[in-house]
Structure formats: structure tokens, C-alpha cells
Design a protein around this ligand. Sequence first.
Ligand SMILES: [Zn+2]
Ligand SMILES: [Zn+2]
Length: 226
Amino acid sequence: MIGLIFFLMKQKMVPYVKIPFSTKGLQIGSATVLASAILDQEQTEFPPNTLYAEGWTLVLFNLLYVGPVIYACVQPSYMAKSLFRNVLDTCSMVVIHSGLYNVVHRIMHRVRAFRPIHNIHHQFKDVVVSSSANAVSVQEFLWAYMMPFVVGVHLIHPTESALFASTSIVSAFNLLVHSPHLSTQKWISWFVSPSEHLTHHKTRTPSYSAPTFHWGRIWSKVTHAK
Ligand SMILES: [Zn+2]
Ligand SMILES: [Zn+2]
């Protein structure tokens, strides 16, 4: 069958579609895979073998294929920007990602039709490992993880460096909030801590913020300050 498709493509009888692929996206994906494997070494408890293996298959596919393809589809700005502007754009991208992730995560819990795409991630319930961060269905990876960056790029027009920095920050915090050995660590007060996200895995609690800003806490601090 595959031979027939290649034959037809050679004869130009079926269109040949070149899928874009970004080496920058692959660098972030590979670094995240490596960091996941190193952080998993810190674990004392592991999920059942079949779930752990399925999780790693998704981790590798999402980070080494889906991520680099989407990264190649977004167009960063090639305009020179000051260091201050680059830092501001990086922070804005992280804020936009966090806000949109919260909305999509809420939808995946509250709207019945979207629940199945979030199920595999919540199979890591009592035992969560760092690599579980990207052990999500491809649909979840696209909607909850990638879509916020695509929207951010359209709104902010970050440079390539600001896009690289913001995706690296989000990816790093995503691994950290899924790391049980960090659950007793003090955390940045406006950010979701590992213990809070691990509680979400156990109880599916109504806190849908991750992996950076904790919007519920920020909201209550702002309203109490008034
Ligand atoms: Zn999670
Ligand atoms: Zn959830």
C-alpha cells in the first residue's frame, strides 16, 4: 500500500505535501524529553508498566514530532527588538499561554464532549511522574499546549528569541509541576505549585490553572486587596 502511494506520488498522480518541521522546535522537544527522563530518575514510585510505556510513547510523539511541526507553522517577527521588548514579549507569551491553557483545561473537564481527550493525562492519578507532563493525547497537546502559543504569536509578534524563551519557560514549568519530589518545595506565590497540580491529578479539583500562573489565587489577591 505504501509502495503504491510512493509510486503514485512519483507519477504526480497524488499531490506531494511537504510537512514543515522546525529544528528550533525539535531542540526544545529534545531538551524536554531529556529533562523528563532525568527527572523520572528521581521518582520512588512508578505507574503500572503499560501506562508508563503508553505515556512515554505520547511524550516522544508530541515533543519530537507534533511540537516541531506546529513550531514551524508559526511565523515569529524578524524585526529587531530591544532586550526590554524581548523580555516583555516573553512574559506576555507566558501570560497568554497560561490564560488560554486555563480555559481549554476547564472545557476539557466541564464539557462532556471534550472529556475523553483529557482522560489519558488523568490516568496518572495517584502516581504522577515528571514525564506525565507531556503524556497527553495529541488532541490535548494541540489544543491546550500548542494553540495558546499560536494565538500568542499572532497577538504579540515575538522575535524568534522571545518565542524560544517563552516555550522553554512553559515547558520547564510543566515538567516541574508534575514532579512529586518537588511537592514540598516553596514556590513562586503567583504560580501553580507542584503540590497543587498533583492534587488536581488526584481529585480533579476545580483549579484548572497550569503550568505557570495560578489565576484563582491572583484573582483572590486582587479582589481582597480592594
Ligand atoms: Zn497534569
Ligand atoms: Zn485536568
